[in-house]
Design a protein around this ligand. Structure first.
Ligand SMILES: Nc1ncnc2c1ncn2[C@@H]1O[C@H](COP(=O)(O)OP(=O)(O)OP(=O)(O)O)[C@@H](O)[C@H]1O
Length: 244
């Protein structure tokens, strides 16, 4: 049986924060195996959008559908289908890296041999071996980011939601992250990521969406490695704000 291609659908999703619209009437579609880059200046609404997709913030208008099912009706779907790396991954300071992975796995319903296997896979893939017994509270920012990524990927989610995943990573780890994202997409995972690094989008994304003042201003495929075109598009939208 082949799975339907569309995994994520936003239909006019909106959310107000502190009494002001943070995201308004956002419609987007993401297919399995696609990587979508979400761009926008500070405060454009990227994190709010990703938090809604990850089920942490409920939209106050419109719908978010995962695999054709409205999240408002089946919020528990998120736990099974989505892996989320928030902008500031919350960690339990007093747990070790290994304990963290176990706790996250259990929250996602993994136990026994399946949990052990998933943990080993992530420790190897994100090179966390030397850190496994270290307390999360003493990790460097980049190490915390890698642990957050491991937690997001542990249960092999169908949709990976990454909020500025390259933050604090050194150049070697940035290259590894790009490899990881492409590997996930090749295996059929849909990936949506926000970033301020345009080169990140050119390097790993199939499509790009640019938000501004909470609304979608541009959405399209990336023509190969046409970085200059993306830059022009982004700055035309970003500087329109300065002129407004
Ligand atoms: N916790 C919050 N409480 C109130 N308002 C918030 C909160 N978080 C974000 N906002 C507001 O919502 C709007 C969108 O913010 P959001 O964090 O989604 O933008 P962003 O594109 O992710 O920004 P950045 O690139 O700076 O991370 C902004 O006006 C912001 O001030």
């Amino acid at each position: 049986m082949t799975l339907p291609q569309t995994l994520l659908k936003l239909e006019q999703a909106s959310r107000r924060r502190a009494g002001r619209p943070a995201v308004q009437g956002l419609s987007l579609v993401l297919e399995r195996g696609q990587v979508l880059g979400l761009l926008g200046v500070n405060g454009a609404g990227k994190s709010t959008t990703l938090s809604m997709i990850a089920g942490a913030l409920a939209p106050d208008g419109g719908h978010i559908l995962l695999d054709g099912v409205d999240l408002a009706e089946h919020p528990a779907l998120v736990r099974r289908l989505v892996g989320w790396l928030p902008e500031r991954a919350p960690l339990w300071q007093e747990l070790t890296v290994g304990e963290h992975l176990d706790a996250h796995g259990r929250l996602r319903g993994l136990n026994g041999a399946a949990l052990k296997q998933a943990r080993t896979r992530m420790v190897e893939r994100l090179e966390l071996g030397p850190l496994e017994r270290r307390l999360a509270g003493v990790l460097s920012q980049g190490q915390r980011q890698r642990l957050g990524l491991a937690c997001a990927l542990l249960h092999q989610p169908a949709l990976l939601v990454l909020d500025e995943p390259g933050n604090a990573l050194d150049p070697v780890q940035v290259a590894a992250l790009r490899g990881l994202i492409r590997e996930q997409a090749a295996a059929g995972t849909a990936v949506i990521l926000s970033t301020h690094v345009l080169a990140e989008v050119t390097a790993v994304c199939d499509r790009v969406a640019i938000l501004h003042d909470g609304t979608l201003r541009y959405e399209g495929t990336l023509a190969g490695d046409d970085h200059a075109a993306l830059e022009r598009q982004f700055f035309a939208i970003a500087t329109a704000r300065a002129a407004a």
